[in-house]
Ligand binder design. Structure first.
Ligand code: DX5
Ligand code: ZN
Length: 231
């Protein structure tokens, strides 16, 4: 079972509803929304207003990746806006467990995220409390960066941790995912793939971007029921 999550960071925002519908029609499973505050990462992007806009465009799960300082102060706004999954970073966050509890108490699924420079062991203590672990395969802040192949070993390490302590949790990867590397990432144990450039900037269009990723992962994994329905 795998999930493809389309990051709208590379979408054409002058046509956001059309872009999301094309990704949905092509069979993506989730919509990934990258929230950046200019402090935790060197870029500023979207807030709850965009989540609320996406909620009106699609009924697909909204997968919100918070790259912000003090995420605990904004959880309620993102969940009220329609987030189904809320992922917070492990780095510089003394309140991780409390914030994961808050996300669950407000009815959303909770994820923990690690940057490329953060060791796998740093998330071990919270693995029993999450629904998803996101391993970054670029340094967060921008779409269009190159996948860092050395992270494959960390994906396998986290996969082993999940098998021992939380086998139901999803193992997500984000950053530079494309048709050339997605099989290796699946082989390492990931079952949820975020892509912005490979979907929204594909030279033959969004549907072809989605198809070329799916073609590669279908060779490795069973389709999620939702993707099966969509053929
Ligand atoms: C990076 C974001 C990613 C980004 C992925 O900080 O978290 O979700 O949009 O973009 P691509 O797929 O272009 O690397
Ligand atoms: Zn992201």
């Amino acid at each position: 079972m795998y999930y493809l999550s389309a990051s709208i960071l590379s979408a054409d925002f002058s046509n956001l509803s059309d872009q999301i519908r094309k990704a949905e029609d092509a069979g993506v499973n989730w919509i990934h929304i990258d929230v950046m505050d200019g402090h935790f990462v060197p870029n500023i992007t979207m807030g709850p207003f965009i989540v609320e806009t996406c909620r009106r465009i699609t009924s697909l799960p909204l997968d919100v990746h918070l790259m912000i300082e003090k995420p605990e102060n904004h959880i309620q706004s993102f969940i009220s806006a329609g987030a189904n999954w809320v992922s917070i970073h492990i780095e510089d966050n003394p309140n991780v467990h409390r914030t994961l509890q808050l996300i669950h108490s407000l009815g959303s699924k909770a994820g923990i995220v690690l940057n490329p420079g953060t060791p796998a062991q740093s998330v071990e203590a919270v693995i029993p409390f999450v629904d998803l672990v996101l391993v970054m395969t670029v340094n967060p802040g921008f779409s269009g960066q190159s996948f860092i192949p050395q992270i494959l070993g960390k994906i396998s390490t986290i996969k082993n941790m999940l098998e021992k302590h939380n086998p139901e949790a999803i193992l997500q990867v984000d950053g530079g995912i494309n048709p050339q590397n997605i099989s290796a990432v699946a082989e390492a144990g990931a079952n949820c793939f975020v892509a912005a450039t490979a979907i929204f900037k594909h030279p033959q269009g969004i549907a072809e971007g989605v198809n070329s990723l799916r073609t590669q992962i279908q060779k490795k994994m069973r389709l999620s029921p939702q993707a099966q329905e969509r053929g």
